[in-house]
Design a protein around this ligand. Structure first.
Ligand code: GDP
Ligand code: IMO
Ligand code: MG
Length: 422
């Protein structure tokens, strides 16, 4: 019996979806607590590939309750599309999905502003997913956002929308963008609200009642530690607290009810979008892309790739309180002759064994590497720790030691069965 928070320990896309799917077997409820449909969590069941954006990956297992918590920003039209898409694939979505009535709603002006601000920034752009995430969280903090409880109440929706669209149209016009029609937006979002109404409830009370009945909760983090609005490489971050603390604020479950934190990381590093990535490396990027790997699950953009950065993951272990590491995509390194791991940063004469909080300083850091001899053996069929090549085991042990966290899972392929509990 345990409540588990699962977070990304790098820059997102660590394989959280796959690990969530595996861990859901032992959970009763899976809770998304932050982010929106900027996330793309991939799960393979047999040959079928599912990419989840807003709905917790637990939806793919029978008899599990999935909760979209108050910390999430939900684009209702996209959520309706995701529900319908899953139903088409034969996945049940009904009373197994509950959406917080206080989750904020992403609206068309958020998406438009997201896009326009990126254009304005020019070369300084963040490389957002253009899903309106930043402006939606901005409205939440400015206390002018609409929440799910507003969306499902047509009169309130009309009133709030017309005020917000009026203000946002003035901004959009000043940016040279087309203004939005309140009637059109109302019609589309009111329809989505009607569709979603049966899913909307007080999820804080629901989660506490479930815990009283002894249910086990699994918190599905989105994005990664270095995309966290406070702890990431600001301003090249997303707009929510993606780290473990976000699971409390984003769900209403207090810190002392959390039992463990699992940190998911790749055996190397990837990042989509702009911002510093100290270990970025063309050789490993080319290798992974040539294998058809490391293209974004949400936007299809090629991910930037680099060697494993233990400075970053050690920092993530500290900030999140990671109890167990899940290392994914180990098989991506199967053909590499010499594997590099970053153990410190150098910048001029300065030496860092932590991640400097200034993104400009981080961008100027050079990685200090140690080298590991590659195992050059396919690992994807390994079923146990013992079946992994000894060099792979040595690499994994070194990653855990350098990251200051215990090894929990090694993943050697996208499928459920390709998971080794250490
Ligand atoms: P998430 O956002 O953290 O859920 O990760 P994504 O789904 O965006 O990206 C991770 C990618 O790695 C997906 O394509 C997964 O199917 C894939 N994946 C996860 N674990 C493994 C693994 O151990 N080996 C391989 N080959 N692929 C993996
Ligand atoms: P999952 O949950 C990887 C990145 C974007 C951009 C920055 C800000 O699949 O790991 P945003 O649209 O949030 O304002 O973009 O954050 N980003 C992600 N990168 N995985 C994600 O989610 C991401 N969600 C946002 O590429 O650099
Ligand atoms: Mg992803």
């Amino acid at each position: 019996m345990a409540n588990t928070i699962l977070v990304g320990a790098q820059w997102g896309d660590e394989g959280k979806g796959k690990i969530i799917d595996v861990l859901t077997e032992d959970a009763d409820i899976v809770v998304r607590y932050a982010g929106g449909n900027n996330a793309g969590h991939t799960v393979f069941i047999g040959r079928q590939k599912y990419i989840l954006h807003l709905i917790p990956s637990g939806i793919l297992r029978k008899n599990k309750l999935c909760v979209i918590g108050n910390g999430v920003v939900a684009d209702p039209v996209s959520l309706v599309g995701e529900i319908q898409g899953l139903r088409k694939l034969g996945v049940k979505v009904g009373d197994n999905l509950v959406v917080s009535e206080t989750a904020h709603v992403v609206l068309p002006y958020h998406r438009e502003l997201d896009a326009q601000r990126e254009v304005l920034k020019g070369r300084q752009k963040i490389g957002t997913t253009k899903r309106g995430i930043g402006p939606a969280y901005g409205d939440k903090a400015a206390r002018v956002g609409l929440r799910m409880s507003d969306l499902v109440n047509p009169e309130r929706l009309r009133e709030k929308l017309s005020a917000r669209i009026k203000e946002n149209n003035a901004v959009l016009k000043s940016l040279g963008a087309k203004p939005l029609s309140c009637e059109k937006v109302f019609a589309e979002y009111n329809a989505a609200g009607k569709y979603l109404k049966p899913f909307v409830a007080n999820t804080v009370v629901l989660l506490h009642e479930a815990m009283r009945r002894g249910k086990d909760l699994l918190f599905e983090g989105a994005q990664g530690t270095f995309l966290d609005i406070d702890h990431g490489t600001y301003p090249f971050v997303t707009s929510s607290n993606t780290t473990a603390g976000g699971a409390c604020t984003g769900s209403g479950v207090p810190p002392h009810r959390m039992d463990r934190v699992v940190g998911v990381m790749k055996a190397y590093t990837t990042r989509v979008g702009e911002g510093p990535l100290p270990t970025e490396n063309a050789e490993i990027s080319d290798l992974l892309h040539s294998m058809g790997r490391e293209f974004g699950a949400t936007t299809g953009r090629p991910r930037r790739c680099g060697w494993f950065d233990s400075v970053a993951v050690r920092h993530a272990a500290m900030v999140n309180g990671i109890d167990g590491l899940a290392v994914t995509n180990l098989d991506g390194l199967d053909t590499v002759e010499t594997i590099k791991v970053c153990v410190a940063y150098r910048r001029g004469r300065a030496h860092y064994d932590f991640v400097p909080s200034d993104a400009q300083v981080l961008a100027e850091c050079e990685p200090v590497y140690v080298e590991f001899e590659g195992w050059r053996t396919p690992t994807s069929k390994a079923k146990s720790w013992k079946q992994l090549p000894s060099r792979t085991r040595a690499y994994l042990k070194a990653l855990a030691e350098l990251s200051n966290a215990k090894l929990f899972i090694a993943s050697v392929g996208p499928a459920r069965a390709q998971t080794i509990f250490v």
